[in-house]
Design a protein around this ligand. Structure first.
Ligand SMILES: Nc1ncnc2c1ncn2[C@@H]1O[C@H](COP(=O)(O)OP(=O)(O)OP(=O)(O)O)[C@@H](O)[C@H]1O
Ligand SMILES: [Mg+2]
Length: 331
């Protein structure tokens, strides 16, 4: 394994047994996050991005999600750690900026208490120094009057402000891995630019490896070194960012990129049809019903990633057939 890889997610499944069946939110994905690099994760709403993010920090278990596979980080499988051990990893080793930040804060603790307790449970800093560090980092993310903010409660702040507090905590902790789940969605563009600048700073200064989830393909293009495309709990394509944007292979990736709003585009393209329900998801390619390029192999094709080219993986029957044909010399 590449020694730069700091988090190695292998064959990860997240399923939730429910009364009427099993919600198959994540179905055997493998991803690697390397030091000082950003892996972008994109895909339609409901495809399993947040469940993947939250599971890496042990935040889905209490809700009954059954997790299988491995998430190897520094010799530990994060998925197999007990609650206390994963709690110790959170913050310094692996941190998260949540899509729904309100859930991350105790409404009975002030921002200052939350921030300094997080710092002091991982760094050997006295009270005053941890408070100073917190105020400095709140200033970095552009929050006005950081000293005053330290005495406020989470319910007094907007979602965008709380996201910035989470980013400030990440800046203070300099984690090895940062999971950023839609970190800039509720922010206006000027603040968004500032936050992205801070994330780049964190990646460069601390060599933090990042998993960056965003619906904003512009943000992904700007930030990510590599991009993974997720659909119905499967990774359907994975490549270096430039390559993926210039030469998308999977019909879903192409449709997703085509639906990106652009200044001079006359009409906005959408992906026809709807993603199938993840409840009792059938076998075969999950994009089958919506795919304009399907062939007779697709309905029973299990969406395994194949190596199309150097560092460009795709999970589509079309390319598997092409490769088999080439291998057998029929091309
Ligand atoms: N508590 C839950 N109970 C049942 N199903 C759930 C629960 N939480 C999530 N799901 C389902 O799991 C799937 C994956 O959800 P997830 O939040 O990971 O999507 P997402 O890709 O992050 O979407 P978005 O882009 O909207 O944030 C969805 O189909 C969702 O309906
Ligand atoms: Mg989400």
């Amino acid at each position: 394994m590449n020694e730069q890889v700091v988090l190695n997610l292998k064959n990860f499944h997240a399923h939730l047994p429910a009364k009427c069946g099993v919600v198959r939110a994540v179905n055997g994905i493998s991803l690697q996050i390397a030091r000082g690099r950003v892996l972008g994760l994109v895909g339609e709403s409901g495809c399993g991005k947040s469940i993947t993010c939250l599971s890496l920090l042990g935040l889905t278990r209490e809700n009954g999600w059954v997790l299988t596979g491995e998430a190897q980080m520094q010799g530990k499988n994060l998925l197999a750690l007990n609650a206390e051990a994963i709690r110790r990893c959170r913050g310094k080793e692996i941190a998260i900026i949540m899509q729904n930040p309100m859930a991350a804060f105790n409404p009975l603790a002030t921002i200052g208490q939350h921030f300094t307790e997080t710092i002091r449970s991982h760094l050997p800093l006295p009270e005053k120094a941890s408070r100073d560090l917190a105020i400095k980092c709140l200033g970095y993310v552009g929050l006005p009057q950081p000293e005053k903010l330290m005495g406020q409660y989470s319910f007094q702040l907007s979602g965008g402000m709380l996201q910035r507090v989470m980013i400030a905590i990440a800046l203070a902790m300099e984690p090895k891995v940062l999971i950023a789940d839609e970190p800039t969605t509720s922010l206006d563009v000027t603040v968004q630019r500032q936050i992205l600048g801070q994330l780049i700073h964190l990646k460069e200064k601390s060599r933090t490896g990042m998993l960056l989830v965003s619906h904003d393909l512009g943000v992904i293009a700007q930030m990510a070194d590599d991009v993974a495309v997720m659909y119905c709990g499967y990774i359907v394509e994975l490549a270096a960012a430039e390559r993926l944007f210039n030469n998308p292979l999977h019909p879903y990736t192409r449709a997703l990129l085509a639906s990106k709003p652009q200044m001079r585009k006359k009409s906005l393209q959408t992906i026809g049809g709807q993603a199938p329900s993840l409840l009792n998801l059938a076998r075969g390619c999950p994009f089958f019903a919506r795919c304009s390029e399907k062939n007779r192999h697709c309905s029973h094709y299990s969406p395994e990633l194949i190596q199309y080219d150097h560092r460009h993986l795709v999970g589509c029957a079309k390319y598997a057939v092409e490769q088999r044909t080439l291998q057998h010399g029929f091309a």
